[in-house]
Structures are given as C-alpha cells and as structure tokens.
Design a protein around this ligand. Structure first.
Ligand code: MG
Length: 115
C-alpha cells in the first residue's frame, strides 16, 4: 500500500524483478485492508502515511487476524523522527524501510521475508 504514484511504480518495478511474484497494490488504506483480509498475502508492504488510514493502525488490525499473525509486514516510510522506528516495530511490523528507498536494500529485504 502506497499512495504516492511514483513510489508505487518504483516498488512495482523493483518487486517485479523477483521471480514467481504476484503483486497486488492499493493507494488507500481501506481498499488495501479489504484486499489483504480477503486474500492470502505472503509479504505486506505498508506506507505509514496513507490518505485515509495510517499504516500503524492497519498493521495492528492485521495482527488481530489469525492468518496474518506471523505474516511479514514491512513499513516503508519517510518518518525519521526519534522514536518512530520503535513505534513502528511496537505496532507489529517486522521491519522498517526508509524512504527514499535504496533499490537493492528494498528488494533484498522483501526477498528475505518471502523465503
Ligand atoms: Mg504516503
């Protein structure tokens, strides 16, 4: 989930280089949450700042569901304030990727969690 179109295109382009991957995207929290709840997603990538919900609340919501208790959820955010990383990890995210993303690190991180 990412509301910035340029970022979304970049994420899709980078993730598209991973073999056997099926990518589903959403630019809003509500649509994304619906998509995830009704699907069976292996790795979830969440922007923290979305127009209608924030990624932290989405992550907390997903963690309440049995099927997403242990699914890797990665935060992608430009938040850089002290304490933000702790807040994100406390919400149940497995990892935190800073924006602007470093393409190789972003891809490696997703691949690691897909294994
Ligand atoms: Mg955003």
């Amino acid at each position: 989930m990412e509301d910035n179109e340029k970022n979304l295109e970049l994420f899709k382009a980078v993730l598209g280089t991973i073999s056997n991957i099926d990518i589903q995207t959403s630019i809003t929290g509500k649509t994304g949450l619906h998509l995830i709840k009704n699907g069976n997603i292996d790795v979830i990538i969440l922007d923290i700042q979305l127009p209608d919900m924030n990624g932290i609340d989405i992550c907390k919501e997903l963690r309440k569901l049995d099927k997403y208790k242990k699914t890797p959820i990665l935060a992608v955010t430009s938040f850089a304030m002290k304490g933000d990383k702790e807040r994100i990890l406390d919400a149940g995210f497995n990892d935190y990727i800073a924006k602007p993303i470093l393409i190789k690190d972003f891809r490696d991180s997703v691949v690691k969690f897909l294994e």
